[in-house]
Ligand binder design. Structure first.
Ligand code: HEC
Ligand code: HEC
Ligand code: HEC
Length: 265
């Protein structure tokens, strides 16, 4: 009889252990949900830049940020990408394993870098663009080209410059970028706010005309054989090596379930 209780006790402990682990891992991969929540409460067309600025200004979140400067870290909302008319700045939700990475990558590259495909007769390449913003952040160079010390990278506060796709036609390169303040989207947003009937599907079709079927995944960029022009973008030496042989990418792509080593202080 006593043994049965021992077994039951053991079983109970196991169940609690499993539930706790699932909860912890679930929370670890859903790091972005808190910010997402803010987005949902922020009305029809949220100003994501203001939200990001508030997030970083909030005292509790300061430790997340490198240090405080008086200059804007982000491109003004008007100049952000048109996609944000309908999608959140954290649009990836479905794939729990990868969504945080894709959402983070949008800080230093535009949506179309991953969502536009090369087609026959439409050759693509990728370059940094500072959107004509000339300040101490952009002059410091794009985010993360060079490694400084063990943890830090160059240009760490520059969330203005982004990698954008260019269509290459002989010697002519055309940048693919449609800003939020394009008249078509301004008119659409105003119509929605005024309660007028709008054809969302039509606007979506135009907006997504160049959005491909197969967005780029980790190894499309993070591998030695990748066609993504890391060197032309300025990555070199140890930093290039790190990006081409990323342990994180290996972990995300090869294992179904992974655990982060934790440091308890
Ligand atoms: C006028 C609104 C609108 C605009 C602008 C817009 N989208 Fe969408 N998009 C939608 C809607 C609605 C859906 C379907 C619901 C969803 O997945 O959010 C969608 C779905 C998607 C999907 C998922 C498709 C699938 O098969 O699962 C991708 C990827 C996407 N959009 C990318 C973009 C990108 C990149 C841009 C900017 C270049 C953009 N969208 C601009 C409305 C829009
Ligand atoms: C680094 C590459 C990358 C960037 C940058 C990126 N995406 Fe995606 N996106 C993907 C991949 C890959 C998928 C396919 C689903 C997945 O694997 O998570 C996806 C899926 C989506 C979906 C489908 C919904 C979902 O939950 O998966 C939408 C909508 C979307 N992207 C919109 C955007 C918008 C808007 C931007 C810019 C703010 C953007 N993406 C930037 C790679 C990217
Ligand atoms: C379109 C190309 C592209 C795709 C797709 C892509 N990455 Fe990246 N990734 C980059 C570039 C470029 C950088 C370096 C950005 C910088 O430092 O300026 C980077 C940086 C990183 C970093 C290092 C961040 C740091 O600051 O050191 C990690 C980790 C990473 N990516 C993981 C992933 C994972 C995981 C995926 C898939 C879920 C992925 N990447 C998809 C291009 C890509």
């Amino acid at each position: 009889m006593k043994n049965i209780f021992k077994y039951l006790y053991g079983l109970g402990a196991l169940v609690i252990g499993i539930v706790l682990s699932v909860w912890i891992v679930g929370n670890a991969v859903s790091h972005d949900t808190e910010v997402e929540q803010v987005a949902m409460d922020a009305g029809e067309f949220p100003d994501y830049v203001e939200m990001l600025n508030n997030y970083y200004t909030n005292f509790d979140n300061r430790s997340d940020h490198f240090h405080q400067t008086s200059e804007r870290h982000f491109l003004p909302m008007d100049e952000q990408e048109n996609c944000l008319t309908c999608h959140s700045i954290w649009p990836h939700k479905k794939e729990k394993r990868t969504r945080a990475f894709y959402n983070q990558h949008s800080r230093f590259m535009t949506c179309m870098v991953c969502h536009m495909e090369q087609e026959p007769g439409r050759k693509l390449t990728y370059r940094w663009y500072d959107f004509g913003v000339d300040n101490s952040l952009t002059r410091n160079g794009p985010y993360g080209l060079v490694k400084i010390g063990d943890d830090d990278v160059s240009g760490a506060e520059n969330f203005i410059s982004k990698i954008t796709p260019l269509v290459v036609d002989g010697s002519l390169n055309t940048r693919v970028y449609t800003p939020y303040n394009t008249p078509m989207y301004e008119a659409y947003r105003e119509a929605v706010l005024n309660g007028e009937t709008v054809n969302k599907e039509k606007i979506r079709q135009e907006a997504e005309a160049m959005v491909g079927q197969d967005p780029k995944t980790c190894s499309d960029c993070h591998s030695e054989s990748s066609e993504f022009p890391m060197t032309a973008l300025g990555f070199e030496g140890e930093r290039l090596n790190e990006l081409q042989h990323s342990a994180v990418v290996g972990m995300v792509e090869k294992y179904e379930l992974f655990y982060f080593p934790a440091v308890f202080e």
